[in-house]
Design a protein around this ligand. Sequence first.
Ligand code: MG
Length: 381
Amino acid sequence: MKRAALIVAAGRGERAGGHIPKQYSRLLGRPILRWSIEALQRAGVEDIVVAIAPEHAEIFAAAVEDLSVRSVIGGATRTASVRAGLAALADADIVLIHDAARPGLTPAIVVALTEALSAGAAGAAPGLPVADSLRRVDEAQRVVADVERDQLMRVQTPQAFRAEALRAAYAAIADDASFSDDLAVVRAHGGACVIVPGDARLMKLTYPEDFALLERIMGGERIVCVGNGVDAHRFGDGDHVTLCGVAIPHHKGLVGHSDADAGWHALVDAILGALGEGDIGAHFPPSDPQWKGADSERFLRHAVQLADAAGARILHVDVTLLCERPKIGPHRDRMRQRTAEVLGLPIERVSVKATTTERMGFIGREEGLAAQATATLDRPL
Ligand code: MG
């Protein structure tokens, strides 16, 4: 199922003050809009379109410089902007619609939304329970009714939809129709929608003071943790080995339940170590047939998602491959590149290097190879 996302960023954001529209101002040093784009990309969303105001084209380009995203010009109303975005996302199966003013998005939310759609819903949105008691008042602020809050939820974005349900719902409404959100549009067209657990970090930035509050929620007190991981695999029959996501032709293969990528296995263990999340075998038991021959990219993405869910950031990783042959040097840059892609890190923060063991031991006898890795993470205290 192809997942695509539309970020609605066409608003002028006057209420937040400042000369820069709020979706382009900075939170913890990064443009607000980037936070959502990067979270969607880490969650594996394949296509991202941002609906922008025409006069923001330049500031948009500067904010997203190195990111792979497209923009469309939004319309005069939110409905018109969503329509323009949908037209640009022609071949998606699932569409997430997100407000640019909610930068605290985590890949875990995207996973939960996708799962809700897989379970049969036409639409899904994150929501939080209401903590305060609720009253209905009249124009003079007189209390006229108590409102039961147990079944009420504060609904956030991104909201995720089966693309055909979303398109049909938007085709049925006028450009100036007024709906509180996309969930309301799809529900008005008969689509069944569900709420998944939301996240306080997904709060909407509306007023200037919201920025400091969200920075505290997202920043808070943090510590740097260093995890390490070690893995080894035996050589067997085959014509290539896979190391750090790169297939290298060789006269032997590596034996293992998955693709036996010792480099990425050690790295997964290093990330899990920094998170205190056990080891790779606990998350992907070798006894489980579904991991037979599995691409280790899945394991690494899982570790990245766990880090995100914990509010942690991977700062730097260092992988050392220990083997006599094949020679790693010619493939090192590609390994760094692949690892950086999956981790969502700039390549300067990913190190891959190799050594031999001077022909000593099982590695020296070319019975197998090994890897060790270090991952440095910054995480909430
Ligand atoms: Mg292994």
